[in-house]
Design a protein around this ligand. Structure first.
Ligand code: MN
Length: 261
């Protein structure tokens, strides 16, 4: 397949480099266009108010036969520019492997998942891949997530996704042999306790830090549940955010007849 790879951790992040090497080895044609720095949690932002630059990355990081570019924009900028300038009509956009999970509602903040969404908007099949690791883990098993991605790509060649649907894939941070398997899941619920911490700067002024401890609702069949149990979580995500039951309810209740004059 002709693959466009991107991420939100930066063009030299280990997850992306590992993915490019593994998918190149699996026989795919690899083009990388990724942010020149970390852009995690920028969501689906695109840059409209300043020029964007795109330049080839010359480094031993990527396989010789692949092409790699850095861009000083967001992950979605990268996907957009790549479709125009580097690889029109890729067979698949693969975003990742993200350093850290994208589970529950976090996928709306995620630059990784948003890059896959941008691929969908541009008419390309897309998937986002994240490794459920944290900074403090002694090992980050990106090779595990890369192997899973290669297998999923083979599957998707035979069974393409519906138009407008991307896969959000989260892989436990384990050696390949220790994975329990794959679960097809729905988006779960992850709530952050103590999301905002107020602190004082050296001048005594308040500043704030957004982080918090993730609390998961481990409902069977959800993405958070699967990953907690050691399974790869594969969630099909639909780009149409319309809530169809409410469409009917609003019409039935006369929302279209509200008198505003
Ligand atoms: Mn990231």
């Amino acid at each position: 397949m002709r693959l466009l790879l991107t991420n939100d951790d930066g063009v030299f992040a280990p997850g992306l480099v590992t993915l490019a090497k593994a998918l190149g080895k699996a026989g795919h044609e690899i083009s990388v266009v990724a942010p020149d720095r970390e852009r995690s949690s920028v969501g689906h932002a695109i840059t409209l108010t300043r020029p964007l630059r795109l330049w080839p990355v010359i480094s031993g990081a990527y396989p010789e036969e692949s092409s790699a570019f850095a861009c000083d924009g967001t992950p979605s900028d990268c996907v957009l520019l790549a479709h125009e300038e580097v690889l029109p009509n890729p067979d698949m956009v693969v975003s990742g492997i993200n350093r850290g999970p994208n589970l529950g509602d976090d996928l709306t903040y995620s630059g990784t998942v948003s890059a896959a969404m941008e691929g969908i908007i541009l008419g390309s099949s897309s998937m986002a891949v994240s490794l459920n690791c944290s900074e403090s883990d002694p090992e980050h098993h990106y090779e595990t997530a890369a192997a899973v991605t290669a297998s999923l790509l083979s599957f998707l060649e035979d069974y393409p996704l519906s138009r407008g649907v991307l896969l959000n894939v989260n892989v436990p941070n384990l050696p390949l042999g220790e994975l329990q398997g794959i679960r097809v899941t729905r988006k779960g619920t992850r709530v952050y306790e103590g999301k905002v911490t107020r602190m004082k700067d050296p001048s005594g002024r308040s500043y704030f830090w957004i982080s918090g401890k993730a609390e998961d609702d481990l409902v069977e069949g959800s993405d958070v549940w699967a990953v907690a149990k050691g399974y790869v979580s594969v969630t099909p995500v639909h780009m149409d955010m319309t809530h169809f039951p409410s469409l009917g309810a609003l019409e039935t209740n006369g929302a279209a007849e509200i008198n505003f004059k």
